[in-house]
Design a protein around this ligand. Structure first.
Ligand SMILES: [Zn+2]
Length: 561
């Protein structure tokens, strides 16, 4: 089992003249063409990781959240392949994506043909790069067998988390010797299982939090307004294949008029007038929601699996222009479509699938003019059960791993410290983190009432206690930062490769130094604060600590012998 390759700054591919065709085939990504200079550092880092992976593996999966600039990475990859003399086939699931890829390749100056029924003017069969709609390609080359599949040494495809029925798999199976590159924001199946049967290597891109920090995604402002009780949810049967709630039973529960009304009322209160995507449970549930929205005077419509590509594109265009305010669908839009100016996502249904959940939220996180956050309204206890959208997930290709199970275990075990646990406003339903927004509700200013009130303490005494606490917090933070720096300068390699273990080490030293309880968790903001050169006092203490530790180890091993 290969471990996922994580981002590690410092890794990079040179730009310059392409390798000659005489070089070894698996080295084709070792040099990026000059035009790749538009890539961001982490995008080049991802490609460098890929260059390492293709020496050993043929099927590589890229995890790149929406907003990570996937088409840029694809274009650079294709450019390198073309310079080396390789032929490339890019598969896309929607006309819109085909067009986006076509435009990106144009901007990179890569000559290519397009195979898509909706874009007949762009064909060019003799070109060495083809961008194809999976549906069109499947119909023409497999079902009707009117033409052969294009030759390709490299096949690139998007939405790799989707089991797209037989069509895409059948096409991929026709290229057993090609390098296959899949892209997705959520590298797992809907059931939470790993994509281990389809890929040999996984390359992890930047996290959602990192992209928010870089301004490439907007922050979610979350409102939890459960319309079902945890007990009701537990009672619903689970689908044996996906592990999610059985759709029929769920739809029946959610279609009660009171619950439909709650969804619309909450939207009017929290997100009235904002361009919104609502995720319903099934068509019947969606129809009821649309009716209720319309009765409230809101321009709403529904998209279903029965609609063809052109109908979908039109509905999406109406949402984009604001003619339609609320677009209801049943996880149909959860892939393939980017509508940057969506301002609100409503989860009107519960789900147990991390992939469905994150794909749904991802529809709203693109930045757009005048948009600095996206409103998420969760009616289905999804965040309570699967965690915040900004949590880091343990994506892997280990066939035994399951992200859905991991998410539930993580929340059940409560491995989070008090500060890392999301707070829930009793006034407006807002969900927030103290570490990000402070202790009061960022939406309405509601102040949580502390559970344990200090008894018999005068105000002056209280102030004094607070001052002492604050002093200690500052001292601890300073010490921790110095310990990080001490570690980093002593073991620079270890710090570079596994910074987190270094930070853990620094935290455990801090705990000892300040006589804190042994099970006290590292405060989450401590993962990010920069190291600070250690004072002689701090380095002296740490050195003494190391000597003490070494002596104890020696004594222990002597005792054991
Ligand atoms: Zn509030």
């Amino acid at each position: 089992m290969t471990k996922p390759l994580r981002l590690e700054l410092g890794l990079d591919l040179p730009l310059g003249e392409p390798l000659s065709a005489g070089a070894r085939a698996e080295n084709w990504l070792d040099v990026l063409p000059e035009k790749a200079n538009v890539l961001r550092d982490y995008q080049r880092d991802i490609l460098a990781r890929c260059a390492m992976a293709i020496r050993k593996h043929r099927r590589v999966l890229f995890q790149a959240p929406t907003g990570a600039g996937k088409t840029h990475i694809i274009a650079a990859l294709v450019a390198a392949a073309v310079e080396f003399g390789l032929r490339v086939l890019i598969l896309a699931t929607r006309t819109r994506l085909v067009r986006q890829l076509h435009e990106r390749l144009e901007s990179f100056g890569i000559s290519h043909g397009v195979i898509a029924a909706a874009l007949p003017g762009l064909t060019g069969w003799s070109r060495r790069v083809q961008v194809a709609s999976v549906d069109t390609l499947y119909r023409r080359c497999v079902v009707d067998a009117k033409m052969p599949l294009p030759c390709a040494d490299v096949v690139v495809f998007d939405e790799a988390h989707l089991a797209l029925g037989a069509s895409r798999q059948k096409i991929l199976n026709s290229y057993p010797n090609a390098w296959q590159f899949g892209f997705t924001a959520t590298p797992a199946k809907t059931s939470g299982a790993a994509l281990s049967d389809q890929f040999d290597a996984l390359i992890l891109g930047p996290t959602v939090s990192e992209l928010i920090e870089a301004g490439m995604l907007v922050r979610p402002r979350i409102f939890a307004k459960p319309i079902v009780t945890a007990k009701e949810l537990r009672a619903i049967r689970k689908d044996s294949k996906t592990g999610d709630y059985a759709t029929g039973e769920l739809s029946e529960l959610l279609s009660r008029p009171k619950l439909i009304g709650d969804v619309v009322q909450n939207w009017l209160r929290i997100a009235n007038g904002k361009r919104t995507i609502v995720f319903a449970c099934d068509k019947a549930h969606g129809t009821q929601l649309v009716t209720e929205f319309r009765q409230a005077g809101v321009a709403a419509e529904q998209l279903t699996d029965d609609d063809d590509d052109a109908t979908r594109e039109e509905a999406i265009a109406r949402l984009e222009s604001g003619v339609t305010k609320v677009l209801v669908n049943c996880f149909l839009l959860s892939y393939g479509i980017d509508i940057p100016n969506v301002e609100c996502v409503v989860l009107a249904r519960p789900t147990r699938s991390v992939v469905l959940y994150l794909q749904a939220i991802g529809r709203g996180m693109r930045p757009a003019d005048g948009k600095d956050h996206v409103i998420i309204i969760d009616h289905g206890r999804v965040i309570e059960n699967l965690g915040l959208p900004t949590y880091d997930r343990d994506w892997s290709l280990d066939s035994k791993s399951n992200v859905n199970v991991q998410a539930r275990e993580r929340l059940a075990e409560s491995r989070l410290s008090v500060d890392e646990k999301p707070r829930h406003c009793r006034e407006c339903g807002c969900v927030w983190l103290v570490t990000e927004d402070g202790s009061n509700c960022p939406n309405c200013g509601w102040k949580p009432v502390p559970k344990a009130k200090p008894v018999f303490v005068t105000e002056a005494e209280l102030e004094e206690i607070n001052a002492t606490l604050q002093e200690q917090t500052i001292a601890m933070e300073t010490f921790y930062r110095e310990a990080c720096d001490w570690y980093a300068s002593r073991w620079p390699d270890r710090w570079r490769i596994k910074e987190n273990s270094g930070r853990f080490w620094a935290w455990s030293q801090t705990r000892t130094r300040f006589k804190r309880p042994e099970d006290e968790r590292i405060p989450s903001r401590f993962w990010r604060i920069p190291p600070k050169p250690a004072t002689p006092e701090t380095s002296g203490w740490l050195k003494a600590q190391m000597i003490r530790w070494a002596k104890r180890r020696e004594k222990e091993s002597r005792a054991a012998a």
